[in-house]
Design a protein around this ligand. Structure first.
Ligand SMILES: *Cc1c(COP(=O)(O)O)cnc(C)c1O
Ligand SMILES: [Zn+2]
Length: 422
């Protein structure tokens, strides 16, 4: 029987405490709210053995998630593969490389199912029957899918320039999908007004403190699958800047509970140069995040010009000895192709961002070639096909006879043709 250990919400700026309700900012100073746990209670039941004996999904870490009873939404989410990527490691010139592959997360093929599972389970506990989100694409599909399976009504708001795969991948579940003229930041602002006006549960607006905790499970799984060890480096893509912070928080919670040795992981954040408010803050050592007014990049899932957790993310990268970098659209495509060609994983544009940024950081010497590195692959390439459409070879078309095929092989690889039997 699951018992929750979340005591309430706490302001990240002034520490003021709030009850567990749908609220995302402090009424004193507008600081973001975060879930506050009773870690002594958590320690009573959470151990390596206890975790190992549980079903392989993200709820095996339920003591550290803000749901009070049995989760009702997204029960099969998480526990995606952590892959030792030796062919990619060789291409990048590093010793020990892993891919955390949330491109195959269940059910909607991105890491967003983790945050949605928590937010919607909480929404049900709080009595919401209508839910929604402001999305750059993946959240739309995840909220739509998980709400459908839970019998909740869903409103999904997106910018009007998203990829077809993302739009279809939300609409098919019967959600009301509404495209807003303008970029994500306009969508987000409207969602705050809607959540307030109609009293609905918007996963990344008024349910955001609960939502954000779901990202920790990516960190828990990485540490467990490395044999209860945290890596030397993690490279994570950043949109609002929440995921990168929660992976590190997960490692620190495991450290606090004695499940891993003291954490020395350096956190590296990845963005597209066409929308780089957070990496720009790191690189210029600024005290404030300067919003990007008009994001322009093929990595649409990361295109948040005014990131809610941007400042916390930039501080984390500096404090852990990590760094932030960004790459242009050509490098993103090259990154997607290199990942596919070396490891057989088709990631979306955000995966290309992560790999290309890792490559840049290795070349800069910021990532130590002898250390262990985990790259977070957060979404599936089938959802962002437009990014590759005109940049990748088309199939060769031939007539259905052996002679035409032979001519093809002879032209492409004469040696193989000469060596063929008969
Ligand atoms: C949302 C998203 C992210 C980043 O999430 P934040 O927590 O907002 O930084 C990364 N990758 C993909 C594919 C996403 O959809
Ligand atoms: Zn406050």
């Amino acid at each position: 029987m699951i018992q929750g250990h979340a005591r309430g919400l706490k302001c990240r700026l002034c520490g003021k405490l709030y009850p567990k309700e749908a609220l995302n900012f402090c009424t004193e100073d507008f600081g973001p709210l975060e879930v506050d746990y009773d870690y002594e209670g958590v320690a009573k039941t959470l151990s390596r053995d206890a975790i190992s004996g549980r079903p392989r999904n993200m709820w095996r870490y339920h003591e550290l998630l803000p749901v009070d009873g049995e989760p009702t939404v997204g029960r099969h989410v998480g526990c995606t593969p952590l892959i030792r990527a030796d062919r990619l490691a060789k291409a990048l010139g590093v010793a020990e490389l892993y891919l955390k592959n949330d491109a195959v997360n269940h059910p909607s093929l991105s890491f967003k199912d983790r945050v949605v599972a928590v937010a919607l389970s909480k929404a049900v506990e709080l009595g919401f029957t209508t839910v929604g989100c402001a999305s750059t694409g993946n959240l739309a599909g995840s909220v739509a899918a998980n709400a459908a399976a839970a019998g909740l009504k869903a409103y999904v708001l997106i910018p009007d320039n998203l990829e077809q795969g993302k739009v279809l991948g939300a609409t098919v579940y019967g959600a009301k999908v509404i495209a807003i003229e303008g970029n994500y930041d306009k969508v987000n602002r409207l969602c705050s007004q809607i959540a307030f006006r109609f009293g609905w549960g918007f996963v990344n607006v008024n349910l955001r403190p609960f939502y954000a905790e779901g990202s920790k499970t990516m960190g828990f799984e990485i540490a467990e699958d490395l044999g209860w060890r945290t890596p030397d480096h993690v490279v994570a893509p950043m949109a609002g800047g929440s995921l990168i912070g929660k992976i590190h928080k997960a490692f620190k919670e495991f450290e606090m509970l004695g499940l891993v040795d003291p954490v020395r992981t350096k956190m590296f954040g990845a963005q597209a140069t066409g929308c780089n408010p957070i990496t720009n803050t790191v690189k210029t050592d600024a005290f404030k995040v300067k919003p990007i007014r008009d994001p322009q990049t093929i990595a649409k899932s990361l295109a948040i010009g005014d990131p809610a957790d941007g400042l916390f993310a930039s501080r984390l990268m500096r404090e852990t000895g990590g760094w932030g970098e960004d790459v242009d659209d050509d490098a993103i495509v090259d990154g997607m192709r290199l990942l596919a060609e070396t490891e057989g994983i088709f990631a979306e544009t955000a995966g290309g961002v992560t790999l290309a940024v890792a490559q840049k950081l290795i070349a800069q010497g910021k990532i130590d070639r002898n250390g262990s590195t985990v790259l977070c692959i957060t979404g599936n390439g089938l959802k962002t096909q437009e990014a590759l459409m005109n940049r990748i070879a088309r199939p060769v078309v031939i007539r259905p006879n052996l002679a035409e095929f032979e001519a093809l092989v002879e032209a492409e690889s004469p040696a193989e043709f000469a060596g063929a039997g008969v």
